[in-house]
Design a protein around this ligand. Sequence first.
Ligand SMILES: Cc1cc2nc3c(=O)[nH]c(=O)nc-3n(C[C@H](O)[C@H](O)[C@H](O)COP(=O)(O)OP(=O)(O)OC[C@H]3O[C@@H](n4cnc5c(N)ncnc54)[C@H](O)[C@@H]3O)c2cc1C
Length: 399
Amino acid sequence: MVDSQRFDVIVVGAGMVGAAFACLLARASPAVRIALIEAHQSDPFDPHTFDPRVAALTEKSRAVLQSCGAWAHIAATRGSPYQAMEVWDAEGAGRIHFDCHDVHQPNLGHIVENSLVVESLLAEQAKLTNIEFFCPVQVARYQRLENEVTLDLQDGRLLSAPLLVAADGGNSAIRQAFNFATREWDYGHSAIVTTVETACAHQYTAWQRFMPTGPLALLPLASSDGRHYCSLVWSQQSDEAERLMALDDSAFCQQLGMASEHCIGQILSTDKRFSIPLRQRHAIDYAAERVVLLGDAAHTIHPLAGQGVNLGFADVAALVDVLSTAVARGNDLGALFTLNKYQRQRKPENLMIMAAMEGFKRLFASDNLALRWVRSTGLTQIDRLQPVKNQIIKQVMGL
Ligand SMILES: Cc1cc2nc3c(=O)[nH]c(=O)nc-3n(C[C@H](O)[C@H](O)[C@H](O)COP(=O)(O)OP(=O)(O)OC[C@H]3O[C@@H](n4cnc5c(N)ncnc54)[C@H](O)[C@@H]3O)c2cc1C
């Protein structure tokens, strides 16, 4: 006999976005029964080393994690607040400095390690009696029936619910299984990520240098041993990224020191490096009858302004809001009529941010003299216009 279970919502993918969504919906609507499915058992967060994958979170995202109940643990374990941002153009004199004190805030945001965020969210979901966590488990088959979606798990169990939420990341199998069309292209870029130790203090500043071959970011990390660590996100044209990956640690540190103009001194050491190919992807629709896309399953974006998971957490807040209203009114959670409200809220903002990032990337990649002048003069002019800068800071902070 098949072991079958019925839920109100099935979430596939317990990354930062899927786990946050399950926690937030479970807390907002305690009567809703949620299945959270994850293919891989994540490694436990290790406080003795840094995760090479980090995210710069806005205040809005921090608030989402707080509403999920996960923020206190993240902050107590290792949340690295940053107070300033220094952005400059490698090819000209353009430079801009943002400071949280200009907008009377204690910080601009937090650098958080992805594994710590996931671990904290999973610890929270385990406390909620209306979430059942299936992990590690593979889905063998998805099927859409008239009033529900069914999932055959590879271990023989059968799950069903009126709504399936795809939070299964950029290569979403659900997006493909249910024929969601996407617009996508290869950036021809890869991001090298790792943790580096620097000779000078990071001054709680996120340092970002734009080069024609791609941006380089050094993001400040909290440390307890009196030494100075930053998370590196160095986006490069793929062939250049390959060359940098092939260097030994000492040569890599030397190249990174030069590329960062030694803004925080020599690069003393590097952890293991990882190279991640970058691809822009945007689903044309986020919702179909009984199925909805969330986070990277709906959109993946160049990491140059650290917006990816911030957009994902904004998706989470919007979808929970729409579904909680539907629950209160007794509406069908998986009806396209319900899910379209989420799409209407999120798609325009995601599109706008993605277009802005693309424009930014092209502007800084160009060696056209006129554009170089715009870059150089523009950054310097804005740096002198405090009210304009304050607006940008608020936008960056998600206020
Ligand atoms: C170099 C780099 C730097 C970045 N920096 C920032 C930043 O500073 N700020 C920011 O906001 N964003 C940043 N991002 C983006 C951010 O990392 C992503 O937006 C975020 O990780 C997406 O989270 P997600 O939960 O949607 O997807 P994922 O993290 O991909 O999680 C998907 C989950 O689904 C699981 N899964 C997949 N398929 C299945 C299946 N069939 N069954 C069950 N489970 C499945 C996976 O195992 C995984 O756990 C960066 C990205 C990169 C590449």
